[in-house]
Design a protein around this ligand. Structure first.
Ligand code: BG6
Length: 459
């Protein structure tokens, strides 16, 4: 792998921090989401009900244990950590004029720890959360004013963290808004007009954040972050090939705007066909043009086909592929799909790519001697990382980093489970929220450590 390859792991605030009402933090939309089971959708309550279990309230206790956890990440050899800032920790209602000092301090302490261990921070500004007050009082991203609140949030980070951070991701999986708008907006809707208008506001917010960030540091590098998985035709009938191509275009909708700076002719036609009329001002168009990002980042978990029979996924679903195995949660496992994705994305955008999420959600069992032998996770990561290596070495794709999902077991975004474990470090917590939160290194921890140490030579 390239010498400066950013090996590392990823986490997100609502999935690890807990301390949901500590040190002045406001309520976030995710703080009202209950746990559900495989195949179900998370239920949301109107307000906090003391008789219910909300996984984000305690999560895995990273708010208290961040020092020890970062020490573990350093022991694994991480060169980078992707984490997110919880908006409601910095601006509890989203409307304040000034940021909450205790919130900023928490993330500053994380940066201190990372610097101490020479781990590069990669910050996701908004990873599926926003202050609940912005949802109830303003109608969330439907309201253009939320762009102003978001920029105030960004500015507080740019000001405070200044040159300590180089890599910024304005929105996690920005395209997920079209499948499951609740996560990034706090709103359940299937109305395309609403969804694409909210998406437009996020795209403008992203472009404005890029421009604002550049005023603070010429060192900043911003990325689009797409949930990416290629769609394959399920046979060679031209109809099937065409359908697969069109399905892929839907993913490029967001990347095209953030990278090229405008709505493509295809995007405009798609909106027209959906009967969507976006309110776009001339200033928006200028912002999109002037706020393009520097590189591409993706999460990659699976691929799809155009087959009528659907396979499971977290935020989106697609057709089944008879040639692929599935994870315990029914996600299709396709390492070559990652190499295909990297090639496609590079051919389209000619920008450096970072894989900021990839990993396997599985049930882990402690063996009699107390160890966790997660060979299935090692196998999954080994195959996917090999595909990354091949894309770099054989295809010439400039991949600059890989942050495994997840550095440590965390609460699942789509279900709120902890039983669907992704981490290389085990956390003693069950799906009812019971457990000591003790950490334990899994076999994959030692495996990843070796891979990083050899800079990928051992793959
Ligand atoms: C991505 C999200 O969609 O997939 C993460 O960015 C999420 O937040 C990850 O945790 C895995 O999905 P899930 O739903 O199994 O947690």
């Amino acid at each position: 792998m390239p010498n400066d390859f950013l090996w590392g792991g990823a986490i997100s605030a609502t999935q690890v921090e807990g301390a949901y009402n500590h040190d002045g933090k406001g309520l976030s939309n995710l703080d009202l989401a209950l746990r559900c089971k495989k195949g179900e959708k998370r239920q949301i309550t109107q307000q906090v009900d003391v008789n219910q279990y909300y996984p984000s309230h305690r999560a895995i206790g990273f708010y208290e244990s961040y020092q020890k956890d970062i020490q573990l990440f350093a022991d694994m050899g991480f060169k980078s950590l992707r984490f997110s800032i919880q908006w409601s920790r910095i601006f509890p209602t989203g409307e304040e004029e000034r940021p909450n000092e205790a919130g900023l301090l928490f993330y500053e302490k994380i940066l201190d720890e990372l610097e101490r261990h020479r781990i590069e921070p990669i910050i996701t500004i908004s990873h599926f959360d926003l202050p609940e007050n912005l949802v109830t009082k303003y109608g969330s991203w439907k309201n253009r004013q939320v762009i102003t609140f978001y920029l105030r949030f960004c500015e507080a980070l740019f000001q405070r963290f200044s040159d300590r951070v180089r890599y910024w991701i304005p929105f996690n999986e920005i395209n997920v808004i079209t499948y499951m708008p609740y996560f990034s907006t706090g709103i359940h809707t299937e109305n395309y007009q609403e969804i694409f208008q909210m998406a437009h506001h996020q795209l403008v917010a992203s472009a404005k954040a890029v421009q604002l960030g550049r005023k603070y540091s010429s060192n900043y590098r911003f990325a689009t972050m797409l949930m990416y998985g290629p769609t394959y035709p399920h046979n060679c009938h031209p109809e099937s090939v065409f359908q697969a191509m069109m399905d892929d275009e839907e993913t490029y909708y967001f990347g095209d705007i953030q990278i090229r700076g405008y709505y493509s002719p295809w995007a405009k036609k798609m909106l027209e066909q959906l009967g969507v009329q976006l309110a776009i001002t001339e200033e928006d168009e200028q912002d999109l043009r002037e706020g393009v990002v520097d590189f591409v980042s993706i999460s990659y978990y699976m691929s799809w086909t155009t087959a009528p029979e659907t396979a499971a996924g977290n935020m989106a679903t697609g057709g089944k592929n008879p040639f692929l195995e599935q994870s315990e949660w029914g996600w299709q496992v396709d390492p070559l799909g990652l190499r295909i994705s990297l090639n496609r994305l590079y051919q389209r955008y000619e920008k450096e790519i970072m894989i900021v999420e990839n990993g396997l959600g599985a049930v882990d069992h402690c063996s009699e001697n107390g160890e966790i032998y997660d060979d299935y996770r090692i196998d999954y990561l080994q195959q996917h990382l090999l595909a990354v290596k091949q894309a770099i070495v054989l295809d010439g794709v400039p991949v600059i980093g890989f942050t495994v999902w997840s550095a440590i077991d965390s609460i699942s975004a789509s279900t709120g489970e902890i039983g669907k474990r992704y981490g290389l470090i085990y956390v003693d917590l069950d799906d009812e929220g019971q457990g000591t939160l003790a950490r334990k290194k899994k076999a994959s921890f030692y495996w990843y450590q070796k891979i990083i140490e050899s800079n990928g030579a051992e793959l």
